[in-house]
Write a protein of this length. Structure first.
Length: 73
């Protein structure tokens, strides 16, 4: 619940049609998400998925440059 509140604070002031709230729900529902997963679930491009992850400030869990995955710890 605390993670949701912290992430929701980052979304305040955004446009109503922003994908960030849907990304928050996705990240909280799954322990690990990749660019492909985000792109498929939200209907955005893989590059847009990386931008959304950067805006939320999710933690990168794999330590890789390619085929990365993010989550909340």
């Amino acid at each position: 619940m605390l993670a949701r509140q912290v992430l929701q604070a980052k979304v305040r002031g955004r446009r109503a049609n922003s994908s960030l709230p849907r990304l928050i729900d996705l990240v909280l529902a799954r322990p690990l998400v990749s660019t492909t997963t985000i792109a498929d679930e939200l209907g955005v491009t893989p590059r847009a998925a990386q931008t959304l992850v950067a805006e939320l400030g999710l933690r990168e869990l794999t330590g890789r440059g390619r085929y990365r995955a993010w989550g909340i710890l």
